[in-house]
Design a protein around this ligand. Structure first.
Ligand code: 3PG
Ligand code: MG
Length: 401
């Protein structure tokens, strides 16, 4: 792994200190139960390491988007139990993240104990990065640890404000994310291939613009591929397609060519007249899509060709499913490619990095989530990274040159 360039837990002395740890506990919940604990599990190593080193740990996080108001449904309190279970210690809770409740609870901590503060976003000062709010948070501890890569695209008080006020370091999750993403995009073993899917070109323009300047091959799938096919004059029937983006798609393809980045579009597709379970579907060459049909997945020839190209590559970055994988059989293309990525990774032939909410669901559906080199828990932050942006929450943790 290349060095992350960040200050890490190796650079701070936390024994007997009160450490403010910013996690992303914005986990999916239903009826008060956590439905996907990945973000909690990934936060454990940092907190455990701090506890083992004798720190008093104060955990800060946002949950949902309460917009500066106290919304009981967005309380972090229900997370004390699952968090405590994952850590193997009791987690105390403060009913507010600043003021008396927070101050008293933080002051009562002994080395090796953990306190979770109420949702930061109950205060408008969090998202505004209000100096008085950041000061109030900073007054609760002596050292700041940023471990919320998935919220690092937000220049909020608990992300950048605290790092500017206290001695600051990256947690192990942040460090791992930055190392993996740097290795994939900044210092990749080549050839480097990107798989980009998902519905829309319009939400991924900057991402595509950045990727074509960096990768050797760009494979497009999912709804966004239809826009590129349409731009090339292929009839896409009733498929999802942003017709007004055709001009932009042509520009992207021309720019890719000038940069020596190959673009791969589907050559066949699985089509149906309706997008629903059990709807009859068939595979057709991509230039034979009837006017009343929709392309809902890449076809087997396209999948085989992507798999063959992956064989020749050393690094892959993946964002966005290649088809409507939620409903079989339109998961076939994404699953085939995911399994090949996993197999090549396991064989040591490919370094693979994936991220984005739908991408994770698709990889989990294919049963390979654990088999890629690195799967990011970030959605928006992962996209901004792929866009080539420096994330404010990462920038504040960089070692000075
Ligand atoms: C996420 O879930 O993507 C992060 O927690 C950031 O949440 P936000 O988009 O509400 O800032
Ligand atoms: Mg988000």
């Amino acid at each position: 792994m290349p060095d992350s360039g960040l200050r890490t837990l190796d650079d701070v002395d936390v024994a007997r200190r009160t450490v403010l740890v910013r996690l992303d506990l914005n986990v999916p919940m239903q009826d008060g139960e956590v439905t996907d604990a990945t973000r909690i599990e990934r936060s454990v190593p940092t907190v455990k390491e701090l506890l083992d080193k004798g720190a008093k740990v104060v955990i800060l996080s946002h949950f949902g988007r309460p917009k500066g108001r106290r919304e009981p449904a967005m309380s972090l309190k229900p997370l004390c139990a699952p968090l405590g279970q994952a850590l193997g210690v009791q987690v105390a809770f403060a009913e507010d993240c600043v003021g008396e409740p927070a101050r008293r609870a933080a002051a009562a901590l002994q080395p090796g104990q953990v306190l979770l503060l109420e949702n930061l976003r109950f205060h408008a000062g969090e998202e505004k990065n209000d100096p008085a709010f950041a000061d109030a948070l900073a007054s609760l501890g002596e050292i700041y640890v940023g471990d919320a890569f998935s919220a690092a695209h937000r220049a909020h008080a608990s992300i950048t404000g605290l790092a500017e006020r206290l001695p600051a370091a990256a947690g192990r999750l942040m460090q791992a994310e930055v190392e993996a993403l740097s290795r994939a995009l900044d210092h990749p073993d080549r050839p480097l291939i990107a798989l980009v899917g998902g519905a829309k070109v319009s939400t991924k323009l900057e991402l595509l613009g950045n990727l074509i300047a960096r990768v050797d091959l760009l494979v497009l799938g999912g709804g966004m591929a239809n826009t590129f096919l349409f731009a090339r004059g292929v009839g896409v029937g009733r498929s999802l397609c942003e017709r007004d983006m055709a001009e932009t798609a042509l520009e992207i393809m021309a720019k890719a060519e000038s940069k020596g980045c190959g673009i791969v579009l589907p050559t066949d597709g699985r089509i149906a007249k309706e997008f629903k379970a059990g709807a009859p579907s068939e595979v057709v060459p991509i230039d034979r899509v009837p006017d009343d049909a929709m392309i809902l997945d890449i076809g087997p020839d396209s999948a085989a060709s992507i798999e063959a190209r992956l064989e020749g590559c050393r690094t892959v970055v993946w964002n966005g499913p290649l088809g409507a994988f939620e409903i079989p059989p339109f998961d076939a293309g994404t699953t085939a490619v995911a399994r090949r990525v996993a197999a090549l990774t396991t064989a040591g032939e490919l370094m693979s990095v994936a991220g984005g909410g739908d991408t994770l669901s698709a990889l989990a559906h294919a049963g390979v989530l654990e088999r890629l080199s690195y799967v990011s828990t970030a959605g928006g932050a992962f996209l901004e990274w792929l866009e080539g942006k420096e994330l404010p929450g990462v920038a504040v943790l960089r070692r000075s040159p």
